[in-house]
Design a protein around this ligand. Structure first.
Ligand code: CIR
Length: 271
């Protein structure tokens, strides 16, 4: 059992931030249906989904990953690179405080959780249009006492570091070598995305399976061939807002570590 924090799709999703995609019409009802199915997939994998309410003033609120970095020892509340997204952190911080001590990235640092890849005791921070050196320095300062090594990785050609590389387990990465230099990730086994699957490197690792967007069947097959159980989800409507599978949840492992009264989450509900 683990907790997954999610946030409902905002009625204003179509006004989302966009960096690499052209704006196209978004069917909010369809995005909501896909988001509900995503939550059901989390529940099937053993998650207790703690769903936050949508806010019409927060078009990108569904992409909760960007608002915090959750580690076993603490949670770091982000200071998102897009000003329009800074209001998203308050409700997430409140939810996370039930499970982890909280630390915050402070100005002038900016960081999106999508730029932070944690694999074992190694943390990679993508330097992107959203995440800057000041936040990298704060991450180092916050994490060193907990025994994490923090490395920088340059991000170009995609929104976040985790658009280019995600962890399948503590020692294995799923990577798109056309988007990030693999030499940064020394010591890791790497599974490359199928070159015919554009933007397929974003997979969500859960305790007993990996969630992959259904749009990437060849990459999913590669992951399965390496022995992982794969769950496929349709997220193409959310992808129009430049979202992918990691960005729609914050995974909080070890619910035994809930603090005080524990979660206000709704076990088994998908929203
Ligand atoms: C944004 O540009 O901030 C949103 N439209 C998409 C955020 C996706 N987040 C993620 O991949 N971690």
């Amino acid at each position: 059992m683990f907790v997954a924090i999610t946030r409902q799709v905002s009625a204003a999703l179509a006004a989302c931030e966009l960096t690499h995609l052209e704006r196209v019409p978004i069917d909010v009802d369809r995005a909501r249906a896909q988001h509900r199915a995503y939550e059901q997939t989390l529940i099937a994998a053993g998650a207790m989904v703690h769903q936050l309410d949508a806010d019409a003033a927060m078009p990108d609120g569904v992409f909760v990953e960007d608002t915090a970095i959750v580690l076993r020892e603490l949670a770091i509340v982000a200071r998102p690179g897009a000003e329009s997204r800074r209001g998203e952190t308050a409700a997430v911080e409140q939810a996370l405080a039930a499970f982890r001590p909280i630390t915050r990235i402070e100005a002038p640092g900016t960081i999106d959780g999508g730029d932070v890849l944690v694999a074992g005791r190694r943390v990679f921070v993508g330097l992107s249009t959203r995440t800057n050196d000041a936040a990298l320095a704060q991450m180092r300062r916050i994490l060193a006492p907990h025994g994490y090594t923090v490395c920088a990785a340059e991000v170009g050609g995609c929104l976040h570091l985790k658009s280019a590389v995600t962890a399948l387990d503590e020692c294995t990465l799923l990577i798109d070598p056309s988007l990030v230099n693999p030499s940064v990730f020394t010591g890791f086994a790497c599974v490359e995305v199928d070159p015919s699957d554009a933007s397929a490197a974003n997979a969500l690792r859960l305790p007993d399976r990996v969630i992959v967007a259904a749009a990437f069947p060849r990459t999913a097959a590669r992951i399965e061939a390496r022995g992982y159980r794969v769950a496929r989800v349709e997220v193409d409507e959310l992808a129009k807002a430049e979202g992918a599978v990691t960005c729609c949840s914050l995974i909080v492992d070890g619910t035994g570590q809930a603090r005080e009264e524990g979660p206000a989450g709704r076990a088994g509900e998908g929203g």
